[in-house]
Design a protein around this ligand. Structure first.
Ligand SMILES: NCC(=O)CCC(=O)O
Ligand SMILES: [Mg+2]
Length: 346
């Protein structure tokens, strides 16, 4: 039946002159083809960066209890897993180590050992000829006996002394074949120092993705289980170097500095609670901008799905599309492989 409009004229002086709206927002939503046609944002496999964990032992896969579905791979198993990611079209993996506690010390000296597990993993991926970008963190937390990202004097995290070590760490990673260095430590001036160091050593093509706006967050808990720094850090706080969740202008200053120092790409971390920062960074600088959907975000969605409280398939895709809507060019997500499979299946 055609619409006839209201039987009585509205008494509301604000009401439009016609009884029913001529603009009907629901018209474009009626059919699947139309919804696809008017979609403003899309998630594709090219948007995904897969963070992976590697350990030095022979056990192919050691589960991370607080991240169901995520494992720490042996080097061999990692090469296999990264090969699968590449076959799915995922452009890049980010490699994180679980370091043997016996190798940890206050200086994080294993971080600058060319034969440490990160470098061995990168060399193995490259030796296998897998066509995928490999990113490595510059930060000491998986390697230090105190679980902090830098060197300490008393309770203080030393800035400039730490930066010198980060440069050496970046160089051995680049030497191993790492394509992108991602300083995640939040020391001041480290991007410029690493850029200078890489260039001087003939690694001018190695890119830098700066963890530019990294917040001091409770959402990193499960990651610290995965890399074994939860016990070393204990109740230690990273508030003196990571950003306060209260701040947004400060994120703009952080990003501006990292870009001025030579960052090729910038990252906001964590992800979902910081979408406003992603949007502001993208609008302000118009540079390649990434978000990290961190371990705690993964754990929340997984746990709710396992309990049947949320439809996992649906909320995972929705959460990732949210990053695109906020302006991110890509997302680091532990869901990368399963999402890539789903995207491929259509
Ligand atoms: N530098 C890498 C991280 O700290 C990751 C944090 C997380 O996934 O919770
Ligand atoms: Mg900074």
């Amino acid at each position: 039946m055609p619409f006839k409009g209201p039987t009585k004229p509205s008494r509301n002086p604000q009401a439009p002159a016609v009884g029913f709206p001529t603009t009907r927002m629901r018209r474009n939503r009626r059919t699947d083809w139309s919804r696809r046609l008017v979609a403003e944002n899309r998630l594709g496999v090219d948007d995904l960066i897969w963070p992976v964990f590697v350990h030095a032992g022979d056990e192919p896969r050691i589960p991370v209890p607080s991240m169901p579905g995520v494992v720490r791979h042996s080097v061999d198993a990692l090469v296999e897993a990264v090969g699968e990611a590449a076959a799915l079209g995922i452009p890049m993996v980010a490699v994180f180590p679980l370091v043997d506690p016996a190798l940890k010390d206050p200086e994080g000296s294993n971080a600058v050992e060319p034969d440490n597990v990160v470098c061995r993993a990168v060399r193995a991926i490259k030796a296998a000829g897998i066509d995928i970008g490999v990113m490595c963190d510059a930060a000491l937390d998986p390697f230090t006996s105190h679980g902090h990202d830098g060197l300490m004097r008393g309770e203080e995290i030393l800035n400039d002394e730490t930066v010198e070590v980060l440069v050496r760490q970046s160089l051995i990673q680049a030497e191993a074949g790492c394509d992108v260095i991602s300083p995640s430590d939040m020391m001041d001036g480290r991007i410029g120092a690493i850029r200078t160091g890489l260039d001087a050593a003939g690694h001018g093509h190695v890119q830098i993705m700066a963890y530019a706006a990294k917040y001091s967050s409770g959402f990193y808990g499960p990651f610290r289980d995965a890399v074994g720094s939860a016990s070393t850090l204990g109740k230690g706080s990273k508030d003196t170097y990571q950003m306060s969740p209260a701040n947004t202008d400060e994120a703009i200053r952080e990003v501006a500095l990292d870009l001025a120092e030579g960052a090729d790409m910038v990252m906001v971390k964590p992800g979902m609670p910081y979408l406003d920062i992603v949007r502001r960074v993208k609008d302000t600088f118009a540079v390649p901008t990434f978000a990290y959907q961190v371990s705690g975000e993964y754990a929340m969605l997984r746990a709710a799905d396992e309990r049947g409280w949320l439809d996992g398939n649906r909320v995972i895709m929705e959460s990732l599309l949210g990053f695109k809507r906020a302006g991110a060019d890509g997302v680091l997500t532990y869901f990368a492989v399963e999402v890539a499979r789903r995207l491929k299946a259509g």
